[in-house]
Design a protein around this ligand. Structure first.
Ligand code: FAD
Length: 302
């Protein structure tokens, strides 16, 4: 670890911090420190750094806005690679192709392009996170998801090469992508968009955002939906029917507003959230015979 840290600093491949608290990089405001916290400045420098990281055998993890991550209280004894401002650019080609780097905020991007009258991203208005995280998660809402608009994604593979994966090669299904089965870092992505009626697009986006504000908790930190919907059933409905709304473990509580959300009441630890997740899984299985899988990803040392 120390050797890798020194090497990365010598290579001058971006910003490096030691023991960075990950609670500052997750929407739940939970998570212990990352031994090495690395913010790459360019794709080429990330490629150089990844060669060193992989050769060292030190574990690594990419984070966007940490809006789908439960980081353990002990943190991550490895390298956390954060896509930030250096990867926040976009361009539009021929009014039909949107090219965007992985660190761009989905909320910011959807707002900007809808104001310019581009259609395609209306469903994503209000989904927190970065483009890289959305491509990885196949983020979606309102009956649509990333798989409906992605043309291709530029992936840095563990062998150090860059490869464009087409939509088909991303192997998308509900909140799932190829990147969840095979390691790879999304650096950039291209989406199919089209020019439309600006007023209609912004109105639809606003309606989607309003729906979120009415149906989801936003006063306390959350991580969005904690469980995948065990389709055709809905996770939130099952949790509510089991009478678990408001149930809490330590500082973590099932939201009174939306039962598939767990709120951090101020001092929740990852251990509290994990305890609550386990309680929900056991209760739902006993009551309805349904296995509840998490959508939120649990990472870090235990
Ligand atoms: P992170 O949480 O940082 O990471 C998630 C996963 O993606 C990790 O495995 C990480 O390693 C990987 N990853 C991140 N960036 C990259 C990259 N560049 N290359 C490779 N892997 C990468 N999700 C929905 O789908 N629909 C919703 O409606 C929705 N609503 C939400 C509402 C709230 C209030 C919150 C807090 C969350 C919500 N989410 C929703 C969950 C979350 O916003 C999405 O899953 C989002 O796409 C995660 O993006 P991120 O950048 O925060 O990724």
């Amino acid at each position: 670890m120390e050797k890798l840290l020194k090497k990365l600093e010598e290579l001058n491949v971006g910003k490096i911090k030691e023991n960075e608290p990950l609670k500052n990089h997750t929407t739940w405001k939970i998570g212990g420190p990352a031994r090495i916290f690395y913010e790459p400045d360019t794709a080429e420098n990330l490629q150089t750094a990844m060669k060193e990281i992989i050769a060292s055998g030190v574990p690594w993890l990419v984070v966007g806005k940490g809006s789908n991550l439960l980081v353990s209280d002990k943190g991550i004894n490895g390298v956390v690679i954060k896509f930030g401002e250096n990867f926040a650019h976009y361009e539009i080609e021929d009014d039909k192709l949107l090219r965007v780097t992985a660190g761009y905020s989905v909320i910011k991007l959807t707002t900007l392009i809808s104001k310019q009258g581009y259609s395609g991203f209306e469903f994503a208005g209000g989904i927190p996170g970065t483009i890289g995280g959305a491509v990885f998660m196949n983020a979606g809402a309102h009956g649509s998801d990333i798989s409906k608009i992605l043309k291709r994604a530029l992936i840095l593979l563990p062998d150090g090469s860059f490869k464009w994966y087409t939509n088909e090669e991303m192997d998308y299904s509900y909140r799932t992508s190829r990147l969840q089965k095979e390691a790879g870092i999304c650096v950039e992505a291209e989406f199919n968009i089209k020019k439309g009626d600006k007023e209609k697009i912004t109105k639809e986006m606003q309606a989607n955002k309003d729906y979120r504000r009415e149906s989801q908790p936003f006063k306390h930190p959350t991580c969005g939906s904690v469980f995948r919907n065990p389709l055709p059933k809905y996770a939130g409905r099952l949790i509510e029917e089991a009478g678990l709304k408001g149930y809490s473990v330590g500082g973590a509580q099932i939201s009174d507003i939306h039962a598939n959300f767990i709120v951090n009441n101020g001092d929740a630890t990852a251990k509290d959230v994990m305890g609550l997740i386990k309680h929900v899984q056991t209760t739902i299985y006993e009551k309805f015979g349904v296995k509840m899988e998490t959508e939120v990803e649990q990472v870090g040392d235990n």
